[in-house]
Design a binder for this molecule. Structure first.
Ligand code: ASP
Length: 435
């Protein structure tokens, strides 16, 4: 079995075992008997511990990988004028796809009307955290202390610092050449580390999902069925319809191949619900399986994980319409446009960790005068939606990376077209000697 198949199998098994545990623990004879004690140890200690270790191992890779890889990317560009072109194309694509995602989400929610006629208790309470002012958001992109930025995992600051280091290396003549060589070697080592950690993925993914599903009650999904299904429908439509269309029309490449090569990345995104923690896996897949040159991938992937959240925007679009319908507050065209604009910005400001999309939703609701307490209505199903939307978020990053690379002549089509490119089979491959 390839590693991807093992990870996907682990995902299915994790959901299954977790759901069975959930059913068992809710049976009265179990809840009152002694067996519950054993289940608690299994879930709260063993599964939880392995899952947490797995997430930590993934996260530990993020900052060194992004930093080293981006420095290498900038130095590889040589002609620094390209950096500006890559950056602006990437930004435009990210904002465009997010605005498109939320527009489709709003349209579908208006058609399906998930919040009309349902009997929801509006005794919901949710207190919003205050969103920082726009000026602060801008100032915060620039680090005053790169070590603190890395320690706190502030990805935009790390990206700015890496761009600066890479750019300075290209100006530094022979010293720059020597430094580049060191960075390249280090990048090779870190990529190997990604490989090592990926072999642990089946166990990590299994434990994360088994623990989560053993705790999730499924009643909430039934109650909020229409809202849940509307979000899921638009997520699928966006991933398999809009990305496919964009890729096909802008590059002529096969979306089917891209999706096939993203399967294991989805498993990581789904089980961690964090685009940030998935960066190492996305980056590796985008470079080695999809053929995007490091100079483009190292910039687009970490930036996308941080600011491009189409899946999150979709949830926010549907949620806003849903809450307006539940509270019977009509939204006019002006308000809908405001939702598109604020949700696009909210997606930029959403941190790439679980559940933050729900927090930034408060900002969108406030902007159009909807009650923020409405968020409490949808919290019950948000975790599963979070997992699904994170998978869409990373798919968006990869698709844009391929489109920009193709446009910049930085896409190796032989790699893209090779279905077996970088398929990880068993354990770690033989060490590769560089020429
Ligand atoms: N979990 C999402 C991500 O990491 C963000 C969110 O929607 O909460 O991409």
């Amino acid at each position: 079995m390839t590693l991807t198949s093992r990870i996907l199998l682990a995902m299915v098994l994790g959901v299954f075992v977790g759901s069975v545990l959930n059913i068992i623990t809710n049976m009265t004879w179990v809840a009152e008997g002694r067996i519950i004690w054993a289940i608690d140890i299994l879930v709260d200690d063993i599964l939880d511990a392995v899952g947490l270790v797995f997430i930590s191992l993934l996260k530990l890779l993020v900052v060194p990988l992004v930093f080293v890889s981006l420095v290498c990317g900038v130095t590889a560009l040589g002609d620094n004028a390209r950096m500006g072109a890559i950056a602006s194309k990437t930004l435009v694509m990210y904002l465009f796809t997010t605005a498109l995602a939320i527009s489709v989400a709003i349209l579908m929610a208006l058609l399906i009307q998930p919040g009309v006629g349902a009997d929801f208790v509006s005794a919901a309470s949710y207190s919003a955290t205050q969103a920082p002012p726009l000026k602060q958001v801008f100032v915060d992109i620039f680090p005053s202390n790169p070590i603190r930025a890395m320690a706190e995992g502030k990805m935009l600051q790390v990206i700015v610092f890496a761009l600066l280091v890479g750019y300075s290396i290209t100006l530094a003549g022979n010293a720059g050449k020597r430094t580049t060589a060191i960075f390249r070697d280090f990048e090779h080592v870190i990529m190997k580390m990604v490989e090592v950690l990926m072999t642990l993925a089946p166990y990590g993914v299994f434990c994360l999902l088994a623990k989560l599903f053993s705790e999730l009650g499924f009643e909430a999904i039934l109650e909020l069925g229409k809202y849940f299904l509307t979000v899921v429908f638009v997520l699928f439509l966006h991933a398999f319809g809009i990305y496919a269309l964009l890729l096909r029309t802008l590059t002529g490449l096969s979306p089917k191949l891209l999706f096939a090569k993203m399967r294991h990345v989805w498993a990581f995104a789904f089980s961690t619900a964090s685009s940030g923690a998935t960066i190492p896996i996305t980056l590796r897949a985008v470079e080695k399986r999809l053929g995007v040159n490091n100079s483009v991938a190292s910039f687009t992937v970490p930036l996308g994980a941080t600011i491009n959240m189409d899946g999150t925007a979709i949830m926010q679009g549907v949620a806003t319409v849903f809450i307006a319908q539940v509270y019977n507050i009509p939204l006019g065209p002006g308000e809908l446009i405001t939702v598109v604009l604020t949700a696009t910005l909210a997606s930029v400001g959403t941190a790439a960790v679980p559940g933050v999309g729900l927090i930034t939703l408060a900002m969108v609701l406030q902007q159009v005068g909807l009650p923020v307490e409405g968020i409490a209505l949808i919290i019950g199903v948000d975790r599963i939606l979070d997992m699904l939307r994170t998978a869409v978020n990373v798919t968006g990053d990869a698709t844009v990376a391929v489109i920009v690379a193709n446009n910049e002549g930085a896409l190796d089509k032989n790699i893209f077209l090779d279905p077996d490119a970088d398929v990880l089979t068993e354990a770690i491959e033989e060490p590769v000697e560089d020429s």
